[in-house]
Design a protein around this ligand. Sequence first.
Ligand SMILES: [Zn+2]
Length: 221
Amino acid sequence: MSDHRVINILFHGIGTPRRELEPGEDRYWVTVDQFHELLDEVVSWPQARLSFDDGNASDLEVGLPALVERQVSATFFIIAGRLDEPGSVDADGVRELRRHGMPVGSHGMWHRPWRGLTPEQATEEFHTARDRLADLVGEPVDQAACPLGRYDRAVLSRLKAAGYTRVFTSDRRPARPGGWLQPRYSVRAEDTAESLRDIVFGPGLLGRARSSAVGLVKRWR
Ligand SMILES: [Zn+2]
């Protein structure tokens, strides 16, 4: 893997959900201890960039303090239609994230897949949701993350036309730092620091990187 690639890591909920989860969503929730372990791992990667999807209450209660403590930032993709709902961040929470320097992006209005939307639904998902979030934080919101990682050519055209400057997916591969489309690796419920490292870098690649690093050290001596 090139050193110029970015590794986008995506977190969802942390701890015990306080709303009914969507089918299959529990695969992406991690415990508080697990989150801290995974966060410590990824902040040690110089090429890692972090984001949180869905605007769960745990973004603010667990995510934010852990980021502040480690002096790192993450982008929070909020579901505009879920603001103030039980288990989700509220308007003050979003402003609190922003006050701590965390970029806020749109995860749409209702967390429905963006493929095959009617024009009215597309307006709601790509414009109304973003405007609601922009009003909250008092500045434009120009980054989006595709709900459930689903998109197609038409979705991307609509996002481009709506003026989004960066769009995040869940395609599990490295990203170009300046790329308009940003693939991410979703952290899963069974992940450990080691498994995540293997998924992202591959055991073989990591082994080779380690041995070449050892080689360099030897040469410098
Ligand atoms: Zn989502």
